[in-house]
Each structure stands twice: as structure tokens, then as C-alpha cells.
Design a protein around this ligand. Sequence first.
Ligand code: AMP
Ligand code: ZN
Length: 469
Amino acid sequence: MPIRLHNSLTRRTELFTPLDPERVTMYVCGPTVYHYVHIGNARPYVVFGLLARLLRRHYPRVVYARNITDVDDKINAAALAAGTPIGAITDRYAAAFRADMAKLGADAPDVEPHATAHIGEIIAMCERLIADGHAYAAEGHVLFDVASYPDYGQLSRRSVDDMIAGARVEVAPYKRNPADFVLWKPSTPELPGWDSPWGRGRPGWHIECSAMAATHLGDTIDIHAGGNDLMFPHHENEIAQSTCAHDGKPFARYWLHNGMLTFSGAKMSKSVGNVARLHDLLERHPPEALRYALLSAHYRQPLEWSDALIEQSVRTLDRLYGTLRELAAYNVLPEIVTLDVENALLDDLNTPEALSALNGLAVEARHILENEPKPLSDAAHSELARIKSDLLGCAELLGLLQQDPEAWFQGKPGVQADSAVIESLLDDRRAARAARDFQRADAIRDQLAAMGIAIEDGPQGTRWKVAER
Ligand code: AMP
Ligand code: ZN
């Protein structure tokens, strides 16, 4: 079945055809690990992780690379402030990033290259670019010569003059042209550095991704993705370096960019200060609700983050898990992904439509449960078993409904009491009811309510869940 993807390079939604269907390659720019990431940073890893998952359903082999940027001026500043080597900072935050991504259900990459493990390849790429007249060394720096590559600006569709006028380029005496950008720069003794033909120094950020993508995926890759804030200069510069270092071979055939997560109306960003740390959010909210919230908008659209969005996602999952709980007695048939969910995802990863189809399944099940005459007919039972399997199959692809419904209702962060205390109060209540001491039974219910626990008596006994606030 065809996958259609919006390619930022052509500004069109195109049919995806890999260069080699036996080995589909995808590179996603990874985090700079000097701090905990914010929820906006998680968006590309959740959506493009889902794309990797979708691709794996259609191609025998997908190599998904997501790098770790572990040398950078912000890391140096954090290490200097903490009085530790950069490795202590980067190891700590790379581990936190991996753990938090796993909690969010963001697919782990097949390859996780670290920039500091690719210094040899980076130096070799700089040498190649110099030898071919696309870069020059000056005062311990190596600079890419933008004038040597007439297609520069093809992705962001900016002219070199616009870029200079945009003032995001640093004017420096060692540059031939203000738009030339750094491939290698000198390090002072207190900064991390590596020996190179241009003296002790460290790589620029853009060349790191070009070298890591080439090392692990090849000269031409199928998909390159990241946030749309990286389109210029980062991705533009990656294209220039990689194309020029590989005899003009195209670098990435499909460029995918996610829209920005906003918070109080502005792009969530550390420099603005309007960030919600993923690590903190995961302490306070069910990870699946955060994932649901991230998938609730199409990846190319902006998404405004808010408490209301999280609460709405929790409520929707409550409904879905509630439905699954009603279907607890049904055996799961082989799980399948329904066509409407699959087709929505194949259409440029239309997650809002896929989620709406998922919710539609739960609505169907509740309709049968509420409206069909009781006892349910055999046909109604088999329909419910089918819906349960579809629900679980679709949810698995979306990375949702991965818990037992009871665990979902009982495990939401915010539960103050420990479950052993709750169970023992429920035992007391059962004993009181058996002794027809309803006053005592009601008092225990009130005590649980005061602890934020709601109980529900049903044919399968008494269940408890964290009450809605
Ligand atoms: P960084 O570590 O800043 O390079 O960011 C890691 C990834 O997060 C990149 O793909 C960025 O484009 C992306 N990103 C940064 N801020 C946001 C945001 N507010 N919304 C969505 N993606 C973002
Ligand atoms: Zn990159």
C-alpha cells in the first residue's frame, strides 16, 4: 500500500518510493544533551518514531538513525558551570533522554550515533570538501564556501542575500563570504578538542549530522526529518556539505518537518523560557496521555500545549480503557490494524484521523453494550470480540492502550494511597456489606472518596480507580 509523505524539498505530498526497498533509511536529528528535553523536543521523536513503525509494516528492513549531539557550545557551558568534563553532562542527559523517550513509547532508533564517536569521519569530510574546492581553512577554522554550491538555499528557498540580511549568520574576518558556515573551529585549552590538520579543535554542529548520516546510512538517504526550526540553517547546511562531499549525489530524497509545539502562544523553547520539561510531565501524568496529546494534531501543524490538552487526553484514554474493561471477558482474536487507521497513517501520518477511527471503534462497542437486548446474542458477542481485537491492534500501532485497563485506572500518577491500603479497606467494606452493616460500608466508601479513590460495584466484584478531579 502506498505511503504518501509531504516533502519539504518540493513542498508537495508525494508517493514514497525508497531507493532500495530492501533497506529503507531514515535519519532524524537528535537532541543536544546538556539538559532535560522539553515536551516540544519529544514531538519529532514520537511522530517520526511512528513513521519508522509504519515503514516497518511495509518494508522488510528499515534503518532508523537518531543521533546524540554530545559536543556543542551549550554543553561546554553546562560542563564549565558544573565543573565536570562534558562526558559527565552528556552521559547523564543522554540516559535521561532515552529513559523518557521509552516511557513515551517513542520508538528507539536502530542506530544512535554520537557526534564525539565520529570525529575521524567529520575530519575526513572536511578534508574532502577542501580538496574539492567547497571549503577552506582559515585561522584554525574550516568554512564551507557557500559560493561554490549554486543550489544553496534550495530547501528553505532563501537566496544567499536573504540569509545574510536575516542576520543569523556570523560575520567574521576569516570568512570569504558572511554566509559561509563553520565546519570546524579551534578550541582553547579548557574546551574539549581533537587534533586535526587545522590544529586542536571541535566540529561545527551541521557537519556532525552529515558525517553520521553518511557513516550509518550511506551517501543518499531516503528520509531526513526534524523540527521545522532546523530547516535553516541546519538542514540547508547538511544538504550543502553532504551533496558536495559526495560528488553531487542527492543527500536526502524526502525531507520531513514537524511543526512547533507552542506554549502560551510562542514556540516552546529554552531560550524563551516557556518550557514544560518532559521529565517532570512524566512524573505527573500518565505517559500515554502525553503521547496521545502529541499525536492529537497533524505533525506538520503547530500544537498549543496546555493542561487542558493533557486533561482531555486523559479523559479520552479513560473512555477507551473503560470500553476495554467492559470487554474484559472476550478473548482477543488475532489483532489487526483496521484499514481506516492504516490509511490515515499512510496519508502523510494523519494521526488525528487515525485517533478518530480508534475512538470510533470504542463508540461501536459501547453502542452494542448499551443498546442490544440482553442477554446479548451470539452475533453481538462475536462483534464485540472483533471490536476488541481491532481496538487493540490499532492502538498497538499508535503506541496506545498498552496497559491492562485496571492498571491504567489504578496507576495514574496522583494516587496518594498505596494499593494495599485500598484493598484492605475494600475487604473491610465487603465484610461490612456481608454483615449488612451498610452504614459502615458507606463510611468506608466515603473514606476512599476522600483519598481520591472511586469504587464501582459490578458483577465481577468491586473495582476501584482514581476519581476524576
Ligand atoms: P534541539 O536539541 O534543540 O536540536 O531539538 C531537538 C529536536 O526538537 C529538533 O528536531 C527540533 O527541531 C525539535 N524542537 C525543538 N523545539 C521544538 C518545539 N517547540 N516543537 C517541536 N519540535 C521542537
Ligand atoms: Zn541534524
